[in-house]
Design a protein around this ligand. Structure first.
Ligand SMILES: *Cc1c(COP(=O)(O)O)cnc(C)c1O
Length: 469
């Protein structure tokens, strides 16, 4: 298969982007592919069979040439526009959202881009989740439905409010929360459903929204990995009572540390605004010392908004490149026995591809354990991760629920029931099999995708020797 794909190599193909700095990243990748060394290594790796192993067909871990000799694009991406925006903010001396206009503009632009009525920018994604849950009155002793396959912040936001996270097992096909198992996990204490669009792909929103409407429970979408992902051609984050985003520097849209929540409910947006800025109304000046309610300071500042505005203008073209490369990579990886890319629900009309995830089956690799597969892949110039460990079984969670004020809110008898229902076998299996690539690798060229597939093929051809190494 790789011979064919090699012929179809088209280094320029990723540069459908109008984003100049992204284009530069792609060109750099393409140069590597066209360099003699890269070409020779790739050809040799492609043509040599398992018996006639030329030295360069050997896995890099065993002394062969790397299947991916070049770099992947740097992340984050910036150019003069970000520098100008930051310098202008500096010179304006308007560094707070109360005095400047960057945060206000960003909120309007982000809401418009998502097709939501309004937006509240926050200092990070965790704050957006906290504010959303708090605005719905989630509090001590309540239960919130969460997936076990997510970043810890989803669960921490629940715990910070002294509420109990109730885990719903993972759908093995998609790695999203299994919507068919949510209702069985609900009780009269369920105060919210907090689904995650894991990896940038969508959870089953139709099923979750229908259930939530029937049971009159709010849905807070954790879209921190899903900027510009879509469900039925509408942007993720715009379906729930709020949708929460993170612009932390490793996400698909970034400003260092930052976040936002969007909503179509004006009253809820007002409450969220107050919660994020000392309980104040949106339209008051800095010297108005009247307060609507209690609140914290979880605001974004003018510098981060200046960065976020420019980064937002890059997002659409980056999404298109990630999507094209991810689809191509999936077509290549599907051909490899033992490699199973995750599926998507039919109504997920666009995956934001924060993560590219596949399952690895050692049985198809002569028993080569995942950890060693990852090490050999890294030696080929392709860094991958084993991903999350089972959150529902994390020791810190147990400790948290058994200490401080929690035992009074969630007595032992209730915790025992929680324990019993807290099993997520499908998620345990996923955690033991998953392999992740990060989104910035999907900003490379088609040739890079081919090299990833070729590297994995090579490791499979030499799995027995790798096992002994
Ligand atoms: C990153 C992330 C968050 C938290 O965002 P921060 O900006 O780091 O606070 C929450 N949920 C998920 C799923 C995330 O990936």
């Amino acid at each position: 298969m790789s011979g064919q794909h090699f012929r179809s190599l088209n280094p320029g193909v990723c540069c459908v982007s109008g984003d100049k700095s992204l284009q530069e990243g792609c060109d750099r990748g393409a140069d590597y592919m066209l360099s003699r060394r890269g070409f020779m290594a790739a050809s040799a790796a492609t043509q040599a069979g398992p018996r006639s192993a030329a030295p360069s067909d050997l896995p890099a871990l065993l002394g062969g040439a790397r299947a991916h000799p070049g770099p992947f694009p740097n992340w984050p991406i910036y150019d003069q526009r970000e520098e100008d925006a930051l310098r202008e903010t500096l010179a304006s001396r308007k560094w707070l959202r109360v005095s400047g206009e960057n945060v206000n503009h960003f909120e309007q632009e982000y809401a418009r881009a998502l097709g939501a009525k309004g937006c509240v920018a926050t200092c990070n994604g965790t704050s957006a989740l906290l504010i959303s849950l708090k605005a719905h009155g989630v509090g001590p002793g309540d239960e919130v439905i969460v997936p076990p396959y997510t970043f810890i912040a989803t669960v921490n936001a629940v715990l910070m409010l002294h509420a109990l996270p109730v885990f719903v097992d993972t759908d093995p096909a998609t790695a999203q929360m299994d919507a068919s198992k949510i209702e069985a996990a609900m009780t009269d204490r369920t105060a919210a459903i907090l689904p995650v669009h894991l990896g940038g792909s969508a959870c089953d929103l139709d099923a979750i929204l229908a259930l939530a409407a029937r049971r009159k429970v709010p849905v807070v979408e954790d879209a921190c990995q899903a900027h510009f992902g879509e469900w039925r051609n509408r942007k993720l984050g715009s379906f729930g009572s709020t949708g929460c985003f993170s612009f932390q520097a490793t996400k698909n849209m970034v400003c260092g540390e930052g976040g936002a929540l969007v909503s179509n409910d004006e009253a809820l947006l007002d409450r969220c605004f107050a919660l994020h800025s000392h309980g104040r109304e949106r339209r008051i000046s800095g010297y108005d010392f009247t307060y609507r309610m209690s609140g914290a300071n979880l605001r974004m500042d003018e510098f981060h908004a200046a960065l976020a505005r420019v980064q937002l203008s890059r997002l659409e073209s980056q999404c298109a490149v990630r999507d094209a490369n991810a689809k191509y990579l999936t077509a290549l990886l599907r051909e490899i026995p033992g490699i199973r890319p995750l599926e998507m629900y039919a109504n997920c009309t666009r995956n934001a591809w924060h993560l590219y995830i596949f399952r690895y089956d050692p049985a198809a690799f002569s028993g080569l354990p995942r950890a060693k597969f990852l090490r050999a892949l890294a030696a080929e110039g392709i860094t991958a991760s084993a991903g999350y460990t089972p959150l529902n079984r994390a020791p810190f969670l147990r400790n948290t629920l058994e200490s401080g004020k929690f035992p009074r809110l969630v007595p032992k008898s209730r915790l025992a029931v929680w324990d019993e229902r807290n099993q997520c076998p499908a998620n345990d299996k996923l955690c033991s099999e998953a392999v992740w690539f990060t989104h910035s690798m999907l900003l490379a060229s088609r040739a890079d995708m081919e090299q990833i597939a070729e590297a994995i093929q090579k490791l499979r051809r030499h799995a027995t020797s790798l096992l002994k190494a």
